[in-house]
Design a protein around this ligand. Structure first.
Ligand code: UD1
Length: 440
């Protein structure tokens, strides 16, 4: 049954919210577990549909996977992997599954992984993944919608990425762990999730240095050097930034717990520029307060440590009710303003010009019936609904469930009037079909 979210807006968010483990880190750690012919335990893994998709994919490869909801712990045993094919059903649901390519190739010297293709937010190429793996000695062909990779052996190499792609950095890192000799990866992505992956692999016995900088060095180790491990995923900086933007949009005041504030430096700077007040309460908690209308600001998305592309949509919702005109420039994806039409229906004054969104702040938004177009644009509509006058109904929320653990519970705890209900999918269609044809 499809579900929808109903929000009665206009309440300032107050109280506190605890941030879950990072989806985009946990998924990669799960894929990395394939390298180990033993058991690993990963803590702070959020209960999300993307995590369950990755768990199912690992199971089809022959891994034993167990998720303990109470402890938020996933246990993966990859001793008996007997299949190196990641089927299109998984990769089409979730692009992050493409990352098993590096692990499978590294350990088994062969892999067949469905091509992710484009997706709703943009073309999302994989040329850098392929070039990097070829530099390590893999022969790669693309056939029937699959990447088929084989290698007699993998040898460390000097690899330069034309752009600091997160996924390409991860795939190359994973394939290089068991390669012979050293790999030097230049212009690597520097996201905290890359550091988490490198720390996880090092805890397993890999020899990686420089993660978090633009040059990563991976000294190959042998399979027998790898050992079982227990590891805790970093907090989700994108989930944290989403709640921060919601507090700004509703002019609230709330505490965000279980975060690494330094992962949010670019976001915190923008919040201060918007007139928000940030107080660091302890090393893992901040308080965010917005007294009155936020100021308009310009945002330019960039690879880390720049402002994250995943957070521009939630921030556009806050800027839609800010004082003045904001310009948001999206530099990573071609199609990441998919909520703009829906925002206009709520009374926002927003306009897209190529990769820029021009947002003229209005006094208030009004609730409407809305469709979530993708994960981050979907959550942006929830935030717009939270600060709008009246009631909003948002359908297609399966997109949002991919990346936000217990979103209804968390916003409710912050004082929002929000609920999830089953939606009778084609209510209007059914009504139209049942109408007396003579009317027409
Ligand atoms: C990851 C995140 C995603 C985030 C993005 C950028 C996960 C599961 N997803 O995605 O939420 O928005 O990082 O922070 O971790 N590119 C190429 N060639 C390549 C690879 C990428 O041209 O071979 C381009 C892409 O088309 C895109 C840009 O580089 O325009 C960024 O992509 P990348 O950093 O690879 O993002 P993902 O790893 O897919």
């Amino acid at each position: 049954m499809n579900q929808k979210i109903i929000i009665e807006g206009g309440r300032k968010l107050k109280g506190e919210v605890t941030i879950s483990g990072a989806k985009n880190a946990a998924l990669k750690l799960m894929a990395a577990a394939l390298i180990l012919d033993d058991t690993c335990e990963i803590y702070n893994v959020p209960e999300l549909t993307d995590v369950s998709t990755m768990a199912k994919l690992l199971q089809t490869l022959g891994a034993k996977v167990d998720y303990d909801k109470n402890e938020k712990k996933i246990t993966i045993n990859s001793e008996n992997i007997d299949n190196v094919e990641a089927h299109y059903d998984f990769v089409s649901k979730m692009r992050a599954s493409f990352i098993v390519l590096g692990s499978l190739l590294g350990r088994f010297h062969e892999a067949k992984v469905a091509l992710p293709g484009g997706c709703s937010i943009g073309e999302r190429r994989i040329d850098l993944h392929i070039k990097g793996l070829e530099s390590l000695g893999a022969q790669i062909k693309i056939e029937g919608g699959y990447v088929i990779a084989k290698a007699k052996k993998l040898t460390g190499a000097k690899i330069y990425l034309d752009r600091p792609s997160v996924g390409a950095t991860e795939n190359i890192l994973l394939a290089a762990v068991l390669a012979e000799g050293s790999t030097v990866l230049s212009n690597a992505a520097q996201e905290p999730e890359i550091i988490d992956l490198a720390n996880f692999l090092n805890a397993m016995g890999a020899d990686i240095s420089g993660a978090g900088t633009s040059e990563i060095i991976i000294n190959g180790v042998r399979q027998k050097d790898l050992k079982p491990l227990s590891y805790t995923t970093i907090p989700d900086r994108i989930e944290a930034g989403t709640y921060i933007s919601a507090i700004m949009a509703t002019r609230g005041k709330a505490i965000i717990r279980n975060i690494f504030p330094n992962h949010l430096s670019a976001v915190i700077s923008k919040v201060i520029e918007m007139g928000g007040k940030i107080s660091v309460l302890d090393p893992f908690s901040i308080e965010v307060a917005c007294n009155g209308k936020p100021n308009a600001v310009n945002i330019v998305t960039q690879p880390y440590p720049g402002f994250p592309t995943d957070l521009q949509s939630p921030f556009i919702s806050a800027l839609a009710v800010a004082e003045g005109v904001s310009i948001v420039t999206e530099n990573l994806y071609e199609n990441r303003f998919r909520q703009m039409g829906e925002l206009t229906r709520m009374g926002a004054d927003v306009q897209q010009e190529s990769n820029k969104a021009i947002i003229k702040g209005v006094r208030s938004l009004t609730g409407a019936q809305l469709i979530a177009p993708d994960l981050r644009a979907g959550v942006a509509l929830i935030i717009a609904g939270l600060c709008a006058d009246g009631v909003s109904e948002i359908t297609d929320i399966h997109h949002v469930d991919r990346g936000y653990e217990k979103i209804i519970e968390k916003f409710s705890a912050l004082g929002a009037n929000i609920k999830r209900v089953d939606s009778e999918d084609n209510n209007i269609d059914a009504m139209i079909n049942n109408m007396d044809e003579t009317i027409f």
